[in-house]
Write a protein of this length. Sequence first.
Length: 275
Amino acid sequence: MYIEISGVDNPQARTVVLSAGLGGSGHFWSPQLNVLREQYRVVIYDQRGTGRSPDNLPTAYSMEDMAAELASELSRVGITSCDVIGHALGGMIGLQMALSYPELISRVVVVNGWLSLDAHTRRCFQVRKDLLLNVGVEAFVRAQPLFLYPADWLSAHQARINTEHSVHVAHFQGTDNLLRRLQALMDTDFRTCAQKITQPVLLLCSQDDLLVPWTCSQTLQDALPDATLEKMSWGGHAMSVTDSSNFNRRLINWLNAPVSTTRDLSHMEPSWQKN
């Protein structure tokens, strides 16, 4: 797989690995790279079968496969300890790595993730699958921003969206690959094993996310032994893009907090007040 290392030029520096969502491309994290590179050794990669990592995925592809592929690549480049920051599918990869390779993973950040697939998210995925299979790639890509960004942001960034549309069509990962990765994501369920994830986990969610209800992050928090929930009021599913300054501030504050105090940030809502 394509992998790129930048930031602090020291193999012993704290390392953060950025894992994208269904699109799979490391380019997704462009709004975070500069701020992270100032303090950390930063790894981005294109997931197998996407972007600069072309491949034909097997039919029985799974989240365990995605985690194993990333763990193998990190071992290849000599990384033995890291934090994983993942968006949606990328966050699921981070949780799976925490389970399968606990010695490798120090902390996990899950952006707009879930414990198990929500019925609303399942409906959204089905709509996207129907577009892809019954209308085609152009329609699938054209609808994608509706699930990622708030309407007001979309209205103000039409030129950018039109440019991205052409790029995403030209570099589409392929119908079979996308459907196999999507099915692996939909099949992922941490309800029976979340208690085994003992690493500190930051759950970042946006309350206006059209694709994944923000309450999914709250449910995931309740299931994990050591999880902090950060709620952004605006930004959509891809709030790391639409409200990157707010997102980056919250991310860096948590990453820089000592492990023993990650659950004690002053702005956090006490767990006993959640209900």
